[in-house]
Design a protein around this ligand. Structure first.
Ligand code: GRF
Length: 370
């Protein structure tokens, strides 16, 4: 449309960078969707701009926002977002880019400084973007988020959801993550249906597209998200770590339940949800951390084993123990038989811990600004 705002070209921004460079000045680069600007964004952009002498903001195109955030986003078109963004005091140029990642833009512009919001760490930046920044000799700056401001929060308010907390709704909002059979998910669904667990499952998420876990979620009519974790079945790629974080934020969950989720969660989820992520593990921790715990208990000649619900920290199966239940190891037990009996206890223990948690109240957490 003729009236639409025209964003800057990459070539023009590169010329701006080169001019600044000749003058010994710095170009700051940041990128994002920015589909509903709020004070948190403005303050973030002011801080980013203060790292150099001019700033370019790369906006994800409408198509790439949809790919990143789901079919209901962006709220405003790329032309409108670019126009509003360019009116800010901190912003000297706006470009729109089509990829989900900013790698090719970084390569073309070679900014002096790259700014990113504090829901990232240098480690959780997308690997390709990070490599492009290193090749360009760009300084990476992670800026703190402004608490209490976020697009997700604004959208929820507009949809009438208010600022729901366990205290106001009486229900814990759960995310359940799993990779396999999904019996713990099924038990949580059943406990909620029987009114034994005062919770609601806001979202389920799996790294296994065709798992029973996902089937159970779908059959119960729950959002059943899939995140591609990358090649290593025990790890989540940096991009996937970020994606999981974004899904959790969007679903506004109080507690993240790892119910047989086989990949290791790292930043930004671990910090953002510190004290609010629980895992269920089939052994009496600290014994038999990691995989194959029932098999290891049998091999070690244990007379009893069991399960543990514990908080999740960066240390694998090492966070504070919240509750345990014991299970006898029978003569002639196989790992499968023992594991099946342990699971019966897991199913009760998880709901019990979540209910107690809800009654006791959860630690307060800060809100992001994305
Ligand atoms: C459970 O035994 C849990 O302790 C472990 O993974 C298993 C998941 O089982 N972390 P399911 O998928 O819930 O049936």
């Amino acid at each position: 449309m003729p009236d639409d705002y025209t964003p800057a070209t990459i070539a023009a921004v590169r010329r701006l960078r080169d001019t600044l460079d000749q003058e010994g000045k710095k170009l700051v680069f940041t990128n994002g969707c920015f589909d509903l600007l709020h004070a948190g964004h403005v303050r973030y952009l002011e801080q980013a701009r203060a790292l150099g002498d001019a700033m370019v903001v790369a906006l994800n195109s409408d198509e790439s926002v949809r790919a990143l955030k789901g079919p209901d986003r962006p709220l405003n078109t790329e032309c409108d977002r670019a126009e509003v963004m360019s009116a800010l005091r901190a912003v000297d140029a706006v470009v729109v880019f089509d990829d989900e990642r900013a790698t090719s833009l970084i390569e073309a512009i070679r900014p002096h400084v790259y700014a990113k919001g504090g829901d990232y760490t240098v480690e959780s930046l997308n690997r390709e973007e990070r490599t492009a920044l290193e090749v360009a000799g760009t300084q990476i700056s992670i800026l703190p988020l402004v608490p209490g401001r976020s697009t997700t929060r604004t959208i929820n308010k507009m949809q009438g959801g208010g600022e729901s907390t366990p205290a106001s709704s009486g229900l814990l909002r759960l995310a359940v993550l799993g990779s396999g059979a999904g019996s713990n998910l099924r038990a949580i669904i059943a406990a909620i249906a029987d009114n034994k667990l005062k919770a609601e499952i806001a979202v389920t998420l799996t790294d296994q597209a065709n798992s029973s876990f996902r089937e159970i979620a779908r059959a119960a009519g729950l959002p059943a998200l899939f995140v591609d974790g990358g090649e290593n079945p025990r790890k989540l790629s940096d991009a996937a770590q970020k994606e999981v974080f974004e899904h959790l934020e969007r679903a506004r969950v109080d507690v993240v339940v790892l119910a047989g989720f086989m990949r290791i969660l790292k930043e930004p989820v671990i910090s953002a949800y510190a004290g609010r992520i629980v895992n269920v593990h089939p052994s009496l921790l600290p014994k038999f951390k990691g995989a194959n715990a029932p098999q290891l208990a049998i091999e070690d000649g244990e007379l009893e084993s069991g399960c543990t619900v514990h908080l999740v920290t960066a240390e694998i199966d090492g966070g504070r123990i919240l509750a345990q239940a014991k299970v006898r190891v029978n003569i002639g037990d196989t790992a499968e038989k023992l594991h099946a009996r342990i699971k019966v206890e897991e199913h009760k223990l998880l709901s019990q811990v979540l209910n107690e948690w809800r009654e006791r109240g959860l630690p307060v957490r800060g809100a992001g600004a994305s």
